[in-house]
Design a protein around this ligand. Structure first.
Ligand SMILES: *[C@@H]1O[C@H](CO)[C@@H](O)[C@H](O)[C@H]1NC(C)=O
Ligand SMILES: *[C@@H]1O[C@H](CO)[C@@H](O)[C@H](O)[C@H]1NC(C)=O
Ligand SMILES: *[C@@H]1O[C@H](CO)[C@@H](O)[C@H](O)[C@H]1NC(C)=O
Ligand SMILES: *[C@@H]1O[C@H](CO)[C@@H](O)[C@H](O)[C@H]1NC(C)=O
Length: 368
């Protein structure tokens, strides 16, 4: 628990700092806010990192400890790895600030990217009033939203639909198999593409996932899941992630993260804060037939309707529109106090990163 308390120490000075910036919130709450028996926790966006160079990860303060039987793990290898080393809470129940600080520290993620990721996770699968989210399934540490306005349970990021989705390279679609744990069959299919298209590297011939290999992996996963999964769906928010998640790396590195949820031996984080990459656009351009859409009841792939103007100006804006209209529960528009302050900040972060000309209120379905 040492590293966890260090993170908490890092977080606490920022709650003091927020009161010095009255413009960041309409009315910073200094009183205790209790709703439906829960005590609200005001989220505070951490300042940007000052130490932004490369360094060895993990460091001595973050030893690997295998998760215990009650610790949550889920479909995201990066989150699982962060928890296995205590870059986020080892029990798999984390917070807005912890996700940002953990992904900055271990992966050198740019804060805008880290906070957008934390925001979408928290809005779709967490409890943003108490500022807790499970990186796996339902947990007794994460209560339902006050008033149960999104159903009787808060689900966690393993729950399919809003954030978790189809066509992952090492996890099955939820309607085919296990969407949380590494699937060796899928990985073997990926490795066949690597053997065909990969570059030679320090670990041997055809061990480097170059752009061509990534394109073939994505193509194979989309085609195979479209054929096997009767409820196959890749709305724009999912398709963007399928393209965006992959980077050039070696077989050894990818195996370590995706299969073992461990940092590779002798691993160094990126040399500069990570904020996007040209690779997702190259993958998208190579697969023009894969537009956002889903299988209909006859297994025929049907494109989703395009977002309405003005949300159709860019893929980033369309992604924001899809998240707000189809994934973030609409009941989050009718809340008060710290709950509202947190949700307003999270949706503000998503809007700021969207490239849209105007914001849109959450309107997604509840209890799904
Ligand atoms: C693993 O993936 C294969 C290929 O899609 C699938 O047939 C199998 O059911 C999956 N296994 C699990 C446990 O999900
Ligand atoms: C993954 O874990 C297995 C079992 O502990 C080990 O044999 C293998 O070397 C690990 N692979 C990598 C790339 O970390
Ligand atoms: C957005 O939608 C409007 C209305 O359908 C259309 O006129 C416009 O050309 C679209 N813009 C883009 C960039 O697709
Ligand atoms: C969004 O951007 C505006 C303008 O730069 C800024 O004032 C505001 O604090 C940002 N909101 C969030 C939640 O980051």
């Amino acid at each position: 628990m040492k590293s966890f308390s260090l993170l908490l120490l890092l977080v606490s000075p920022f709650s003091v700092a927020v009161n010095a910036w009255p413009n960041i919130r309409d009315a910073p709450s200094t009183t205790v806010d209790i709703q439906d028996g829960q005590t609200g926790t005001l989220m505070v966006l951490p300042p940007r990192q000052t130490d932004t160079g490369t360094k060895r990860v993990p460091d001595a303060d973050h030893p690997f400890i295998a998760p215990g039987p009650n610790d949550m793990r889920g479909p995201c290898p990066a989150m699982n790895t962060l928890a296995n080393y205590g870059y986020i809470s080892r029990n798999g129940i984390t917070s807005f600030e912890e996700i940002i600080l953990g992904t900055e520290e271990a992966f050198n993620l740019n804060r805008d990217m880290a906070s957008a990721m934390a925001a979408i996770n928290m809005l779709t699968r967490g409890n943003p009033f108490v500022n807790k989210i499970s990186i796996g399934g339902v947990s007794s540490f994460v209560p339902p939203l006050p008033g149960q306005i999104d159903g009787p349970e808060t689900q966690g990021i393993a729950k399919h639909g809003r954030f978790e989705g189809d066509a992952s390279i090492t996890r099955s679609d939820v309607h085919i198999g296990d969407n949380r744990n590494f699937n060796q069959t899928l990985w073997d299919m990926d490795l066949e593409q690597l053997a065909k298209f990969g570059d030679d590297g320090p670990d041997g011939p055809a061990t480097v996932f170059n752009v061509q290999t990534l394109i073939e992996l994505v193509r194979q996963n989309l085609e195979s899941d479209h054929a096997l999964d009767p409820e196959f769906a890749i709305p724009i928010r999912r398709l963007n992630l399928v393209f965006a998640f992959l980077q050039m790396a070696t077989k050894r590195i990818i195996t370590s993260f995706f299969m073992n949820q461990t940092f590779p031996e002798n691993w160094f984080r990126a040399a500069a804060p990570v904020l996007g990459s040209p690779i997702p656009a190259e993958i998208a351009a190579a697969l023009p037939q894969w537009v956002p859409g889903r299988n209909d009841e006859n297994g025929v792939f049907v494109a989703d309707p395009r977002p309405p103007a003005p949300f159709n100006i860019s893929s980033g804006c369309a992604n924001y529109w899809d998240n707000l209209v189809n994934a973030v529960p609409g009941t989050l528009t009718d809340i008060t106090g710290i709950f509202k302050q947190n949700v307003d900040m999270l949706t503000g972060i998503l809007f700021n990163g969207s490239g849209c000309s105007e914001p849109i209120a959450p309107a997604g379905p509840t209890n799904v």
